[in-house]
Design a protein around this ligand. Structure first.
Ligand code: FDA
Length: 282
């Protein structure tokens, strides 16, 4: 391990389970004892090499098989650029459908993460193929993208399960709302639409304003899943579980933890403070 990775590792560890699947399974078991479900995320994206895409596919399969074998309350999240979308959409589709077939056979739910806007059409197309094959799968949609109103309506009409998120990618103003107030308002309106449509869906956010608003609107409906990342908002997760709501922790793992860990450590003042304290050995 390089010096910078060795220094960052102990402080970033709060945000991912470990380098291998084993610690991720341990984390999921711990979550499950608190009544929290999990979505396991094998870290990686944007692979440019077919052999890396093959490796990722094999690891996603392993995670699905382990979840079934250990009877865990967990699903698996996949990124299509991790299994070759940047190389070719046919390759990503074939890999995704292979993973989906295993998930279907094992009865493990698959979440397809949404990535940058250049991939949105291909990701939706591949997700639709999964749905048409009866795979238990959901798709993340980004409230900040202007196209999302159309996508959410068309996809829910076709039985899709949506994870609504703000959107993690820097997108230009022509296609994405930029201000936080606007994004929050769209998020809440979209959540209301999903509730009114009778769909079962998830929200992926740490934004208490949104979480509280959705809780109010849902008034105890068990069709809403509250998803948050490992290492963030732990007390909120437990509080929502005590209220009888469905909470799912997103549990990342893998050798590709460095970029992910740095992003989490630097995105919020509180996390940056934790980072500095960790480096000082406090
Ligand atoms: P945001 O960063 O907007 O903050 C909102 C408010 O909460 C602010 O007031 C902030 O200060 C406060 N806050 C947030 N985190 C805090 C913390 N740790 N401590 C204290 N205060 C905090 N994106 C994507 O493009 N595709 C995807 O597939 C997914 N998938 C996904 C799954 C899950 C489970 C989650 C939680 C998120 C995603 N995302 C995603 C990421 C998402 O789009 C978004 O970028 C992040 O969740 C950040 O937005 P938030 O609403 O969580 O908080």
């Amino acid at each position: 391990m390089s010096l910078s990775r060795a220094i960052i590792y102990p402080v970033a560890r709060r945000f991912f389970a470990g380098v291998n699947l084993g610690p991720a399974l341990e984390r999921i078991k711990e979550d499950n004892t608190f009544g929290i479900g999990a979505t396991v995320d094998f870290l990686g994206e944007d692979v440019a090499d077919t052999s890396e895409a093959e490796m990722a596919k094999a690891e996603y399969r392993r995670a699905i098989e382990a979840i079934e074998f250990e009877a865990l309350d967990a699903s698996v999240a996949i990124k299509l650029t991790h299994i070759g979308l940047d190389i070719s959409s046919i390759l990503a589709e074939n890999n995704a459908l292979e993973i989906a077939a295993v998930a279907k056979e094992r009865g493990v739910f698959l979440w397809v993460d949404m990535e940058s806007s250049e991939h949105t059409d291909s990701i939706i197309k591949i997700y639709r193929k999964m749905l048409s094959k009866g795979v238990p799968a959901g798709l993340a949609l980004q409230a900040s993208l202007k196209r999302t109103w159309d996508d959410i309506k068309a996809l829910t009409a076709d039985g899709a399960r949506i994870r609504l998120v703000k959107g993690a990618y820097n997108e230009p103003p022509e296609i994405a709302v930029q201000d936080m107030g606007g994004i929050r308002a769209r998020f809440i309106d979209m959540a209301r639409y999903l509730l009114d449509s009778g769909a079962s869906f998830a929200i992926g956010t740490h934004d208490l304003l949104i979480i509280d608003r959705v809780r109010e609107m849902a008034s105890g409906a068990d069709r809403v899943e509250y998803q948050m990342l490992m290492g963030l908002r732990d007390s909120t997760k437990k509080k929502l579980v005590r209220e009888g709501l469905r909470v799912v922790e997103y549990v990342p793992y893998g050798a590709d933890w460095y970029g992910y860990g740095i992003r989490r450590l630097t995105e919020k003042k509180r996390n940056a403070l934790y980072f500095v304290q960790g480096l000082m050995g406090r």
